[in-house]
Design a protein around this ligand. Structure first.
Ligand SMILES: O=C(O)CCC(=O)C(=O)O
Ligand SMILES: [Fe+2]
Length: 339
């Protein structure tokens, strides 16, 4: 059992969520309330580093393909309304109302597999390694479930309260696995170009995998300043660099709203210049099943917080489902796009 959590540059603690640490539920909840971000030590309760490495390798091979091949899998080539496929450089601005130029990055989004098979059109490289990618998504989802169980316990709920609302591999879930590539470029204009514009994530929780020597993520503090998030933070039991990189977890807008604003969905961005060559990251956005109704999470901590702040989970007098919530967020983002 460990009583202390170490403090990082941005103040985000690193937590051991294995059964060794009885304090994990409370530590996770405290970090979710204070920062909306937390590092999870990648020990037995995490994801095998070899699995993470293999998936990064597949991602690198995909982004290295010629443009015309990637184009065949572009997000625009999918049915309208789906969020799956390749996003080319220049196609996305995460902070459209403030950005002069689009994000300097590429991405590839995929939905959850059903019975081990992907429903979307996949490049050959991914088809050949379907098991690796499907297995990695399952491992991510299982890690999210462990985190949900800890948060449920800390909120005084039944252990499975959240996890049962986030089942894996069911049709009707918006969970997305996203590969990201930020190519090294010399000619970025400081103050104009950004790698990923300021945004908060839409869903319940996000897992973020970074690589050594490739920092760039920043979170916005309550005072509105940008604080850097290291790619290689210190471990929770001292100030040494951990042998295995921890996994970063953040709270999304849906979970913030579902808890009446108790858990924080913190604005973040990716910003770096020519000092770093190519940067690769991978994000797993975990969402509830589409038809889950967002009635307030039945915890005294949540109801006390809602009484204090006057927040409600209803919109225009109506209870939203998880799917309605996502559509609301997408509609808000669309309104911010320059005409
Ligand atoms: O690449 C990163 O470090 C962060 C990416 C991110 O925030 C996102 O895709 O939502
Ligand atoms: Fe994000």
């Amino acid at each position: 059992m460990r009583a202390d959590t170490s403090v990082l540059e941005s103040g985000i603690p690193a937590i051991d969520i294995s059964s060794e640490n009885d304090l994990a539920p409370q530590q996770l909840l405290d970090a979710a309330i204070k920062y909306g971000f937390v590092f999870i030590e990648n020990n037995a309760a995490g994801i095998a580093p070899a699995e993470i490495e293999r998936t990064f390798e597949l991602s690198k091979r995909f982004f290295a393909l010629p443009r015309q091949i990637k184009q065949e899998f572009s997000i625009q080539s999918n049915a309208v309304g789906t969020n799956h496929g390749w996003i080319s450089q220049g196609a996305e601005s995460l902070d459209p109302s403030r950005q002069k130029r689009p994000d300097v990055k590429e991405a590839f989004n995929m939905g959850n597999p059903m019975e081990g098979k992907f429903l979307q059109k996949m490049p050959e490289n991914f088809q050949m390694h379907e098991e690796t990618i499907a297995g990695f998504q399952r491992a991510c989802h299982e890690l999210c479930q462990r985190i949900f169980e800890h948060i449920a316990v800390a909120l005084g709920l039944d252990r499975t309260w959240f996890s049962s609302r986030h089942e894996f591999g069911k049709t009707g879930s918006s969970s997305v696995f996203r590969l990201l590539f930020y190519p090294g470029v010399e000619a970025l204009e400081p103050g104009v170009d950004v790698r990923a514009g300021a945004h908060s994530d839409y869903g319940s929780i996000t897992l973020l995998f970074q690589q050594r020597g490739q920092p760039g993520l920043e979170i916005q503090t309550q005072e509105g300043q940008w604080a850097s998030v290291p790619a290689e933070p210190c471990s929770s039991d001292g100030d040494h660099r951990s042998a295995l990189l921890p996994i970063l977890v953040n709270i999304g807008d849906l979970l913030e709203d579902w808890t009446g604003g108790l858990l924080k969905s913190t604005v973040h961005r990716v910003a770096f210049g020519a000092e770093i060559a190519d940067r690769y990251s991978m994000a797993y956005f975990c969402d509830p099943l589409d038809d889950v109704e967002l009635v307030p999470v039945p915890s005294n901590l949540v109801s006390d917080h809602m009484k204090k702040t006057g927040k409600t989970t209803r919109r225009d007098g109506k209870t939203l489902t998880a799917k309605d919530h996502l559509h609301m967020k997408l509609a808000e983002a669309l309104k911010q796009q320059p005409a």
